[in-house]
Design a protein around this ligand. Structure first.
Ligand SMILES: *Cc1c(COP(=O)(O)O)cnc(C)c1O
Length: 332
């Protein structure tokens, strides 16, 4: 059996440290350990943010990173919102490219890829700084070869609609930061145990937002509906890419409020589909919604045709099997 997603790491990573005044010259170091003071800010006050993006091997042997600029911009925004030292986008890009290039020979062929995990943490040893940012930080780029996300079959997911709690504090939603996942864990654990849900779709006050680590898209015929960007949820690069491809195909893309009531009403229609978008899966089909103790099939409850078509359109670009008309790939 293949190793679980994200448990195998390449032996080296690019790293740089900010000492309060300057960033060190990035270097390649062993990726099996990191020395931190036990009082490091990140370990107490969660001054951490990260990214998830992928590099793909093409048939001509080249290795290509998908939408790196978008992930770097989001990391930079996360860092700024957490009060972490400012990252130089060019340095980050070079560190990502250097780390991928180092292991270019080991990037799996499609449907596999090299998953890239840039990480920025507050390292200042200062446990008195609960309400003050960390002056020192560390940024590194960890990489992990991953296989086919759908190796176990393309099975439609079960989502519990949670309209009472929320995934995280509303002003933190657009930051890709560790504390948000800690905040979502309890509701997800409860949903798995009580109704065998795969994920929780957070819909505070009836407003359909996202799951613990993926955005939500409703596909109803030619319409594709998803929440408009605001600071309460994570602005997925996959979400943006899928909406762009959907517009290219002539679909009616609607970024707007979607209520639980409208979702359940539309989901009952025979041709309706729903999907979760994120770097790991691109699009994962949703077959069942669970709300207030009742189960609702989305369309026929299986994997939707449009979901498959959109996923393939994105995979084709990532894998070098369709023209990269939007300039999304960076050759390493
Ligand atoms: C990472 C993430 C996503 C998906 O973002 P992509 O850029 O598409 O991978 C969505 N929601 C949350 C909470 C996330 O952490």
């Amino acid at each position: 059996m293949a190793a679980a997603f994200g448990t195998v790491f390449m032996p080296e990573m690019a790293i740089t440290w900010f000492d309060g005044a300057n960033w060190s010259v990035p270097e390649m170091v062993s990726s099996d350990s990191l020395t931190l003071h036990p009082g490091a800010h990140v370990l107490h006050y969660s001054s951490t943010c990260f990214e998830g993006l992928k590099a793909f091997r093409h048939e001509d042997g080249s290795v290509n990173i998908f939408r790196m600029d978008r992930n770097i911009a989001r990391l930079s925004q996360s860092s700024d919102l957490l009060g972490l030292p400012h990252l130089n986008a060019d340095v980050v890009a070079q560190m990502i490219k250097d780390t991928v290039a180092r292991f270019a020979d080991e990037v799996p062929a499609p449907p596999g890829s090299l998953y890239i995990r840039p990480t920025h943490i507050g390292t200042e040893p200062a446990i008195g700084k609960a309400a003050v940012p960390s002056d020192k930080s560390c940024f590194y780029v960890l990489v992990s070869p991953v296989g086919d996300y759908f190796a176990g079959g393309d099975k439609a997911l079960r989502l519990l609609l949670e309209d009472q709690g929320m995934r995280c504090a509303p002003h933190m939603g657009m930051i890709k930061s560790g504390g948000n996942y800690a905040s979502a864990l309890q509701p997800i654990m409860k949903a798995r145990q009580s109704v065998q849900a795969d994920q929780v779709l957070f819909c505070p006050g009836g407003d359909v937002q996202e799951t613990g680590a993926a955005n939500f898209l409703l596909i109803d015929g030619n319409e594709i509906i998803t929440k408009a960007l605001d600071q309460s949820f994570l602005h997925g690069v996959t979400r943006d890419s899928i909406l762009t491809l959907a517009r290219d195909m002539g679909m009616d893309v609607q970024e707007r409020e979607l209520t639980v009531a409208e979702l359940l009403e539309r989901a009952a229609k025979p041709g309706c589909e729903a999907a979760l978008s994120g770097t790991a899966a691109v699009l994962a089909p949703v077959g069942t919604l669970i709300y207030q103790g009742k189960e609702y099939a989305v369309g026929h409850g299986g994997v939707g045709e449009t979901t498959r078509k959109l996923r393939k359109a994105l995979n084709d670009i990532q894998w070098g099997q369709a023209e990269d008309t939007h300039g999304w790939l960076t050759r390493v």
